[in-house]
Design a protein around this ligand. Structure first.
Ligand SMILES: *Cc1c(COP(=O)(O)O)cnc(C)c1O
Length: 366
């Protein structure tokens, strides 16, 4: 076997890519896993059996139908996509973010989002050679409308992402602030496409979907990941066909595989089951927030998502102590200065939440 020449790697692989760390996924073996906003509930056994039968019939020898017509039609109905609007599918919404970056990657083009925010906006921009501009939220994580408008005027971003609710802070931005940004991006301040990322919509029950008809520069992006189907990798973006037909050109033609398509169709036929799970998690979120808010030294931030952000006296220490108690959460305190000493915990079943609360209380007292 011949050795790989390091200078060849240097010559071929971009400097910024070589300098990066790989996307880190923590090893969760044997732990209560509350780090990744997964729905803890699976489909009930009878539905699993029906799904297995359905998947058994799928023609694995054939390429997917690139338009995924049936699934797109089902999504439009179930998710109340306004008449005249279309949906485009991605291998998770992560892939939709990549498509947006690729399609907008003119030399010098920029992507903007409030920070702290979802890391993929910045990563995907960088991969595609776009500059990412992060605009700090206020210390209470509300949207800084004036700062956003000023940054928009200065940088003229091609794309602006607004996560609704935001990750990792969990809050819903003020809808009037958002509308002011979308409007200002229609030419008055800059000309930008605004993508409202509603990954946590099942837990927020607030949506910009109905407002697609109001703004010609708006797209609404969603995913089934947080709804209980993280494993199948399916995201979608809704908006005017004029936008989506352009994005469709950079979409890998078979990006949604036949098993994902069949599973998603099946799950959407039984969406009431997933909606019930989301309702349970919303109720559990309230209990979790209430329990943590009563703990000395802990600040709990309001959440419209299936996770809760808390500030503790020493995030790294509490994270390690929780891990020692076999509970894995996410230490987000190094992501941004505004997140100093912040931890993010995913809302789970009553049993796992109780396990977490017990371990959290003990970790604060050690
Ligand atoms: C989890 C998450 C996504 C990614 O969803 P996938 O469909 O699993 O790729 C997108 N946006 C936000 C804000 C998220 O938290």
């Amino acid at each position: 076997m011949s050795a790989v020449d390091p200078s060849l790697i240097e010559r071929i692989i971009r400097d910024d890519v070589r300098a990066m760390g790989a996307y880190h996924v923590a090893d969760s073996h044997g732990l209560v896993k509350l780090d990744a906003m997964e729905n803890p509930y699976r489909l009930p056994p009878e539905l699993r059996a029906q799904l297995a039968a359905r998947l058994g019939e799928v023609a694995l020898n054939r390429y997917p139908v690139p338009s995924s017509e049936a699934l797109r039609a089902k999504l439009k109905t179930v998710m109340n996509v306004p008449a005249g609007m279309d949906v485009l599918l991605g291998n998770g919404s992560d892939e939709i973010i990549s498509m947006l970056s690729l399609a907008a990657a003119r030399p010098g083009a920029k992507v903007m989002a409030p920070v702290p925010g979802f890391v993929m906006y910045a990563m995907s921009a960088q991969f595609a050679g776009l500059e990412f501009v992060g605009v700090p939220l206020r210390p209470d994580f509300t949207l800084d409308r004036a700062a956003m408008l000023a940054a928009m005027a200065e940088h003229k971003p091609a794309i602006i992402y607004l996560a609704y609710p935001n990750n990792p802070t969990g809050n819903l931005f003020d809808a009037d602030d958002m509308a002011a940004i979308v409007r200002a991006a229609q030419g008055e301040v800059c000309q930008s496409l605004v993508v409202v990322d509603e990954a946590y919509q099942p837990f927020a029950q607030e949506s910009w979907m109905p407002r697609l008809t109001e703004f010609g520069n708006l797209l609404v992006m969603r995913t089934v990941s947080k709804l209980g189907l993280a494993g199948i990798r399916l995201g979608y973006v809704a908006g005017a066909p004029e936008w989506l037909s352009q994005l469709d050109k950079v979409r890998p033609p078979y990006n949604v595989n036949v098993l994902t398509e069949a599973t998603a169709l099946f799950a959407l036929e039984h969406v009431a089951v997933l909606d019930d799970q989301a309702a349970k998690l919303r109720a559990e979120r309230s209990k979790l927030v209430e329990a943590m808010a009563g703990m000395p030294g802990v600040t709990v931030f309001p959440s419209a998502a299936n996770f809760v952000l808390v500030r503790v006296p020493n995030a790294a220490q509490i994270f390690d102590r929780l891990l020692a108690r076999k509970v894995l959460i996410k230490n987000v305190s190094k992501m941004h200065t505004l997140l100093a000493n912040c931890l993010r915990v995913t809302v789970s079943t009553p049993e796992e939440n109780a396990q977490f609360l017990e371990a959290f209380k003990a970790s604060l007292q050690d």
